[in-house]
Design a protein around this ligand. Structure first.
Ligand code: EPU
Length: 343
């Protein structure tokens, strides 16, 4: 097993923060990870799983052994009356998978086009966009326990998906699997017959503008790509980790209190009676859009996205994030929760 030393991580994180992995090993198969855990030299050592690096803020070099997941492959597993079951290796690029499924005639992932990152990271975050979350298209996943080296499979209930949340984000002290598992393969169930998921303001606007009353999956895919390109920075050009904060949930009373002071606030009613506020709006209302602290900044077209203006350290990004949290808290009494994992 080749252990690389002092590996630059700048190309491996979408924020393009400069940091190093003291030691890094590439995991290209399930056997690779099983062998590594079985190796007495590495068995008891701390490990850090790195996927596409699109949801992390690196605040320094990584001392635990970095496991860079590069397990590839995409295939149709089964075609039932109710769904297409597809499987992809954890190292596959997410957008590449979305594109491939549509080319192959398996629609269902189009609303989640262009989300940066890998297939293996998608369930960790329960990624979502334009009315569809990963959990809506999830079948099961395979993973390997980093302590025992044993493979296991989880269904959707066992993944405990929530809004940008899963069992993989929670510490083992609370029965979670954070830092304990390496996802090797993910299976998706794409419902048949396919049905467009519309209703999101940006998509409805496209429908109205284009006059296309019944869009195809490919049409939605193209719209989602255009919408994202217009308001989200391309990580290949500007370092970022997508939305930096989760949209907070409040009670109707809290929301009414804010509306009384700020009638323009953007909010959505949730099925359980609570209300979700647009964090981007809250940050924008505090005057942060387009501002910078050091080399870290708030994206001009979407205040929920923090960007690396060139040479930003993880510390600078977190200083900016904390300043935003403080001003949103002082004005609205709401503590924004960061979405990326701070390493
Ligand atoms: N808004 C502002 N100012 C801003 C940004 C947003 O007023 O600077 C307002 C917008 O006008 C809009 C509302 O806030 O009325 C919501 O904005 P948007 O539709 O862009 O969506 P979002 O809530 O900011 C969420 C997800 C995105 C996902 C989009 C579309 C989270 C944390 N973010 O963003 O996910 O692409 O909806 O579904 O839930 C990600 O997680 O990395 C991500 C990009």
């Amino acid at each position: 097993m080749l252990i690389e030393k002092n590996v630059p991580l700048e190309p491996c994180n979408s924020f393009r923060i400069v940091a190093k992995a003291h030691r890094l090993v590439r995991i290209a198969s399930q056997a690779d990870i099983e062998n590594l855990v079985a190796d007495p030299e590495w068995a008891g050592q701390a490990k850090f799983v790195l996927g596409g690096g699109s949801n992390i803020v690196l605040t320094g070099d990584i001392k635990p052994l970095v496991l860079k997941v590069e397990i590839m492959g995409r295939r149709l597993v089964e075609e039932t009356a109710k769904s297409f079951i597809l499987e992809a290796g954890a190292g596959e690029n997410w957008h590449g998978l979305v594109n491939w499924t549509l080319q192959q005639g398996y629609p269902g992932l189009e609303n989640m086009a262009l989300i940066p990152g890998t297939v293996g990271a998608a369930p960790v975050q329960n990624i979502g966009a334009y009315g569809v979350e990963l959990q809506d298209r999830f079948d099961s996943l395979d993973a390997v326990d980093l302590q025992t080296g044993k493979p296991f499979t989880l269904n959707a209930a066992q993944c405990a998906f929530g809004y940008r949340d899963s069992v993989f984000k929670h510490a083992s002290s609370s029965l979670g699997l954070a830092g304990r598992a390496l996802i090797t393969r993910v299976r998706f169930a794409l419902p048949r017959p396919w049905k467009a998921v519309l209703g999101y303001a940006d998509i409805e606007k496209r429908i109205a503008e284009s006059g296309v009353a019944v869009p195809t999956a490919m049409q939605i895919y193209q719209w989602v790509c255009e919408i994202r390109r217009a308001k989200l920075p391309d990580p290949a050009l500007i370092g970022n980790a997508g939305s930096f904060f989760k949209n907070p949930t409040v009670t109707p009373e809290q929301c009414a209190d804010i509306i009384a002071r700020d009638p323009k606030i953007v909010y959505y009613h949730l099925a359980d009676g609570s209300i979700k506020l647009a964090a981007g709006w809250l940050i924008d209302a505090c005057g942060w859009r387009g501002k910078s602290v050091g080399h870290a900044g708030v994206y001009e077209k979407q205040a929920l996205v923090l960007v690396n203006r060139g040479g930003a350290s993880g510390g600078e990004v977190m200083t900016l994030a904390k300043a935003i949290q403080t001003s949103v808290y002082e004005r609205f009494g709401i503590l924004l929760e960061p979405e990326p994992v701070v390493v």
